[in-house]
Design a protein around this ligand. Structure first.
Ligand code: NAP
Length: 303
């Protein structure tokens, strides 16, 4: 029987969380539902999670992981090659992590007849839209990173269509890892003025909001694509202004600039707001508005 045809959904008992040392994966591990044992993989040994040294693109590694640590009742796959600009020069490497690994994990999940929640990105879209992107809008990635993430979605769907739940998200920040609000706060310590791109629009999303939603998609969701981002939208400039304001930093000015004035190796979508209504329907409520989630995160950092 396929994992999505059971009703009511089975409560997962032991779940594999890949990328356990990453910004999102570490938060997913922290908010596992009661009664669930979450096993994290970490390809950077010695950060305190369970399985260092697993190459998820290597079928033998994944088979051994399932045999030694399983049986798993589901997988939440957050691990990825996430260096967006570097990926332009390292597309083959990024494809191995973001594309091949998804196919390998999906095959293992299909063999075990368990669901796979696969985290993907707004970068699968070209950003030329003028309304929030729906899950079935045609993808057209602009960057190598976006292409490799789309390849991962396709690889998983090809081998485990009825068990793969893709969750596309964007503009992440959270308690662990490097991210935009953290960079703004760090730069504000040494500069009187920050210049920030004001012609890209998206939805800043806290891992504190997203991580529990991934568990809900695993436990209650169905196959196919979900979009998951905090409510509302803004530019990077707006996010910088809000970050400094909510942090009580008043002596640093923020000036807007264009993408053309601040070029990067990888092109970014100009408008990549996601239509998250399928997730809202599943959970009965949207993720928090981005301003509220940012205040909560910054408040927790101040503790
Ligand atoms: N950050 C964002 O704004 C954003 C936006 C949209 C979607 N996403 C997606 O959200 C997910 C989580 O992103 P994140 O920002 O939390 O990423 P992150 O902090 O860079 O964490 C990714 C983790 O995956 C591990 N990893 C990379 N390649 C691996 C491999 N081949 N095998 C095993 N582990 C591997 C990394 O370990 P090492 O560091 O040791 O390599 C790292 O611990 C990713 O799927 C990403 O594509 C992120």
């Amino acid at each position: 029987m396929s994992p999505d045809s059971t009703s009511p959904p089975r409560a997962p008992s032991k779940v594999l969380v890949t990328g356990g040392a990453g910004m999102l994966g570490s938060q997913v591990l922290l908010c596992a539902p009661d009664g669930v044992t979450a096993i994290g993989t970490d390809n950077r040994a010695a950060t305190g999670v369970d399985r260092p040294g697993v190459d998820l693109a290597e079928p033998a590694d994944v088979a051994r992981l399932f045999a030694e640590e399983g049986p798993f009742s589901g997988v939440i796959h957050t691990a990825a090659y996430t260096a967006v600009d570097k990926a332009e020069a390292e597309e083959a490497l990024a494809l191995r992590a973001n594309g091949t690994a998804c196919g390998v994990l999906a095959e293992a999940c299909a063999r075990a007849a368990v669901p796979l929640v696969l985290v993907s990105t707004d970068f699968v879209f070209d950003g030329t839209g003028s309304r929030p992107y729906r899950p079935d809008d045609p993808p057209n990635p602009l960057s190598a990173y976006g292409r490799t993430k789309l390849a991962g979605e396709q690889a998983a769907l090809a081998v485990h269509a009825d068990g793969t739940r893709i969750v596309r998200t964007q503009w992440l920040y959270g308690p662990r890892g490097r991210h935009f609000p953290g960079t703004m706060r760090r730069l504000a310590r040494s500069r009187a003025k920050l210049v920030v791109v004001a012609d890209q629009t998206g939805s800043p999303t806290s891992t504190l909001e997203l991580a529990p939603a991934l568990w809900d998609v695993l436990v209650e969701g169905r196959e196919g694509i979900y979009h998951a981002a905090c409510e509302g939208a803004c530019t990077w400039y707006d996010l910088a202004v809000a970050t400094l304001s909510y942090s009580g930093i008043e002596d640093v000015t923020v000036e807007p600039c264009t993408t053309a004035e601040y070029p990067s190796a990888a092109p970014r979508p100009e408008y990549s707001v996601l239509d998250c209504s399928r997730l809202t329907e599943l959970r009965g409520a949207p993720l928090a508005p981005w301003e509220d989630a940012l205040k909560t995160y910054l408040g927790s950092e101040a503790q």
